[in-house]
Design a protein around this ligand. Structure first.
Ligand SMILES: C[S@@+](CC[C@H](N)C(=O)[O-])C[C@H]1O[C@@H](n2cnc3c(N)ncnc32)[C@H](O)[C@@H]1O
Length: 272
C-alpha cells in the first residue's frame, strides 16, 4: 500500500462513510474499548492516546465511556483523515495532531494512561512497542487490534494465498513503504521485557460478515491502492465493478482478529 494513500480527501470521505454504514469498524472499536475500560473500571477520567485515529471511529467509541474530565489525544499521519475527524468530532475532551507513529516521541502530548490503536498497528515502522512504552505512565496500558492473517502462528480464516503473500512480504520485504509488518507474539514479548511491559495478552475476536461488506471496503481508494497503484479513481471503480460481477454479496465471510494488550509495569522507572 502507498503510505500516502490515506492522505487523500476522497479516501477520508469514503472511509468515514464506510465506518458509519457498515459494522466492522464499530465492532472492532467496541471490543477495543471494552478491553481498555476493563483496565480502568473505576477511573474514567484518564488521558488516552488514539493512535492512527483515522476519521474518528475509535474516538467515538472511547468518548462514550471516557469520564467528563478525561482527555483523548487523536493522532494520525494523514492530514486528510485528521481534518475530517475534526469536523465530525466536536467534543471538548478531544485534541488532534497530524503526526506519524514513528515520530511520536516528539509529541508534547505524552504521557498517557492508555494508548488505543484500531486496525493500523501493522503499518508502523521501527519498534512501535518500544516507542509506545515510552509514552505510557507506569501501570499504563496499550491496546490494539490486528487481523490474525498478520500474526505469526495466528489461525487464519480467509484466503490462504493472501496469508502466504502477506508472510513473504513481511519476512523478506518489510522495508518496502506500506508493506505489512507481520507481528510475532514471541518477539513482541521479548521487546516488551526490555521496555518494562508485561507480556502481551492476545484475545481472539471473530468477525462474521458478508462478501458485500468487503466489496464496499474495497471502494475506499486507500484500501484498493495495492491492487493497481496510481490508478485514477474512475479506472479503479471500473476494475472493481468488473472483478465483483460474479461475487455474491450475501456470501458469509469470517475474519479472525486479535485484541492485544500490553501493560507497563506499575513500578517502572520513567523513561528518558
Ligand atoms: C483503517 S484506518 C483506522 C482508523 C481508526 N483507528 C478507525 O478505527 O476507524 C488506518 C489509519 O492508520 C493511519 N496510519 C497508517 N500508518 C500510520 C503511521 N505510520 N502513523 C500514524 N498513522 C498511520 C492511516 O492514515 C489511517 O487513518
Amino acid at each position: 500500500m502507498n503510505e500516502d494513500a490515506w492522505n487523500d480527501l476522497l479516501t477520508a470521505e469514503t472511509y468515514a462513510e464506510f465506518t458509519r454504514s457498515w459494522p466492522v469498524y464499530a465492532h472492532l472499536n467496541r471490543a477495543l474499548n471494552d478491553t481498555l475500560f476493563e483496565a480502568y473500571p473505576d477511573w474514567p477520567d484518564i488521558r488516552i492516546l488514539d493512535l492512527a485515529c483515522g476519521t474518528g471511529a475509535t474516538a467515538e467509541a472511547v468518548l462514550q465511556r471516557l469520564g467528563p474530565r478525561g482527555e483523548l489525544h487523536c493522532v494520525d499521519r494523514a492530514a486528510a483523515m485528521v481534518s475530517l475527524a475534526r469536523t465530525l468530532l466536536d467534543d471538548p475532551r478531544v485534541t488532534f495532531e497530524v503526526r506519524s507513529a514513528e515520530r511520536l516521541s516528539a509529541s508534547r502530548a505524552a504521557p498517557f494512561h492508555a494508548i488505543v490503536c484500531n486496525a493500523a498497528f501493522w503499518h508502523f515502522h521501527g519498534s512501535p512497542l518500544t516507542d509506545m512504552a515510552r509514552l505510557l505512565v507506569p501501570g499504563g496500558s496499550l491496546h490494539f487490534t490486528v487481523p490474525a492473517t498478520y500474526v505469526r502462528g495466528g489461525s487464519v480464516e480467509g484466503h490462504p494465498l493472501q496469508a502466504a503473500v502477506t508472510r513473504v512480504l513481511a519476512e523478506g520485504h518489510a522495508e518496502l513503504p506500506g508493506a505489512i509488518r507481520e507481528l510475532n507474539p514471541t518477539q513482541l514479548d521479548a521487546t516488551a521485557a526490555m521496555c518494562d511491559l508485561e507480556p502481551g495478552r492476545w484475545t481472539p475476536l471473530t468477525y462474521r460478515s458478508t462478501q458485500g461488506e468487503f466489496m464496499a471496503l474495497l471502494r475506499i481508494p486507500a484500501m484498493s491502492d495495492w491492487m493497481a497503484p496510481g490508478l485514477e479513481p474512475e479506472a479503479r471503480e471500473a476494475l472493481l465493478d468488473q472483478a465483483m460481477t460474479d461475487l455474491d454479496p450475501d456470501e458469509p465471510v469470517t475474519v479472525d482478529w486479535f485484541v492485544v494488550s500490553f501493560r507497563r509495569r506499575a513500578g517502572a522507572a520513567p523513561k528518558a
